[in-house]
Design a protein around this ligand. Structure first.
Ligand SMILES: CC[C@H](C)[C@H](NC(=O)[C@H](C)NC(=O)[C@@H](CCSC)NC[C@@H](N)Cc1ccccc1)C(=O)O
Length: 328
C-alpha cells in the first residue's frame, strides 16, 4: 500500500510546525498531529487531561471508540530538547494515515502536557517517525505506526516534502518522481540512538567557496530551525549586515531589510541549497527578524529541521537505513 497526507504549516506566516491529519478509532476521530522524525511516541491530547491544559486542541476520547483497548499497566513519559514534556497511559487503537490502517497501534493518551503544548492550538499531539528504540512506553516499549505498517508498504520508505508557507506532503510507501528535480542523493543513517542521524560533507554561505567538513546531524521534522555548530553559524551571519547574536533572545537576529545569502549543505558530492529567503524565520518587531539558522549549543549533534527540509524532498529509507535528498 501507499498513502499520502497534507503537511500544513502553522502559523501560516512562520512555518513553526507542520501538522497532518491522523484518524483514530471507530467511528473515526481525526486529529492534526506533528509528524516528528526526531522522536518515536505517538501521543494525543485526550479527554483525560485537566481542562486547564487544553486550549482549543481537539481531544481523543477513548470511550467514544469501539476499537480502543486499554494496554493495562503501561505508561509513558517523554521530554524533548526544548524542555517540553508530556505523559500518560496507553491504549491499542485503529490508526489510519492516508488510507493506511493499523488495527492495534499503541496510542499514547496524554493526561498531562507542558505549557508549550497547551499553548499550541494547532497540534493535538505528535506522531513519532524516529526508530522504535526511542519509544518511552514502560514496562514494554512500543513500535511506531511506521514500523508497524512497514511490511504492508509498497516500498520501505516515507517521503517528506514540506513547503514554505504552503501545504506540503508526507508520503508513505512511495517516492513521487514528479516532486523533485535531478536525482536523489542518499547517505547512510546511524540509527543506533533512535534518530535519523547522518553525516553531511560540508557547507557554503551564499556564493563563497564550499567548506568541506563533516557535520553530524539528525534529520528532525519536529524541529523548526536549522541548528548548526557555532563556527558555521558565525560564518553565515558574518555575511548578513546588521545581524547580531541578540543578548535578550540568545539567538541571531538581523534587520528584516537585509538580503540573506543562501545556505548550501553537502551530502557527498550533492549540494542542497536553502534559498536566503528561507533563512528568515519571522519578524520579532518592526525592523528585526529572527534567524532560521541558530547555534546548536551543547547538543551532541546538529539538527536539520524544517528550515532545511522545506527546501528539499527528503526520503527516509528504513529498508536500506539511509536518507536521501533532492532539489525541487
Ligand atoms: C532533553 C530531552 C532529550 C533531548 C531527549 N529527548 C529527545 O531526544 C526527544 C525524543 N527528541 C527531541 O527532543 C528532538 C530531537 C533531539 S533535540 C535535543 N526532536 C523532537 C522534538 N522536536 C519534538 C517536538 C516537537 C514540537 C514541539 C516540541 C518538541 C531525552 O529524552 O533524553
Amino acid at each position: 500500500s501507499t498513502g499520502i497526507v497534507a503537511a500544513t504549516p502553522f502559523p501560516a506566516e512562520y512555518d513553526r510546525e507542520y501538522v497532518a491529519p491522523v484518524s483514530l478509532g471507530t467511528p473515526a476521530q481525526e486529529l492534526n498531529l506533528i509528524f516528528d522524525t526526531g522522536s518515536s511516541d505517538l501521543w494525543v491530547f485526550s479527554t483525560s487531561m485537566p481542562a486547564a491544559q487544553v486550549a482549543g486542541q481537539k481531544l481523543y476520547n477513548p470511550s467514544g471508540s469501539s476499537t480502543s483497548a486499554v494496554l493495562w499497566g503501561h505508561t509513558w513519559s517523554i521530554q524533548y530538547g526544548d524542555g517540553s514534556r508530556s505523559s500518560g497511559t496507553v491504549v491499542n487503537e485503529l490508526v489510519t494515515i492516508g488510507g493506511i490502517s493499523y488495527a492495534s497501534q499503541a496510542l499514547e493518551i496524554a493526561n498531562g502536557v507542558s505549557a508549550q503544548f497547551s499553548q499550541d492550538p494547532a497540534s493535538s499531539g505528535l506522531l513519532g517517525l524516529g526508530f522504535s528504540i526511542l519509544n518511552t512506553v514502560i514496562p514494554t516499549s512500543q513500535k511506531t505506526w511506521f514500523d508497524n505498517v512497514l511490511p504492508t508498504l509498497a516500498a520501505p520508505v516515507f517521503t517528506v516534502d514540506l513547503k514554505r508557507a504552503a501545504p506540503g506532503t508526507y508520503t508513505f510507501g512511495a517516492i513521487d518522481a514528479s516532486s523533485y528535480a535531478g536525482k536523489i542523493e542518499y547517505t547512510p543513517i546511524d540509527n543506533s540512538n533512535g534518530f535519523w542521524r547522518l553525516q553531511a560533507s560540508g557547507y557554503q554561505v551564499g556564493t563563497s567557496p564550499f567548506q568541506p567538513t563533516t557535520i553530524d546531524a539528525i534529520a528532525d521534522t519536529g524541529t523548526t530551525l536549522l541548528m548548526l555548530p557555532a563556527a558555521i553559524v558565525k560564518a553565515y551571519y558574518a555575511q548578513v549586515p546588521g545581524s547580531q547574536l541578540h543578548a535578550s533572545y540568545g539567538a541571531y537576529t538581523f534587520p528584516c531589510s537585509a538580503k540573506l545569502p543562501s545556505f548550501t549543505f553537502g551530502i557527498g558530492r550533492y549540494r542542497g541549497v536553502i534559498p536566503g529567503a528561507f533563512v528568515s524565520y519571522g519578524r520579532i518587531d518592526a525592523t528585526t527578524c529572527y534567524g532560521g539558522i541558530q547555534d546548536q549549543g551543547n547538543l551532541p549533534f546538529s539538527i536539520f529541521g524544517d528550515i532545511l527540509m522545506k527546501a528539499q524532498v527528503v526520503v527516509f529509507d528504513a529498508g536500506r537505513t539511509r536518507i536521501g535528498f533532492a532539489a525541487k
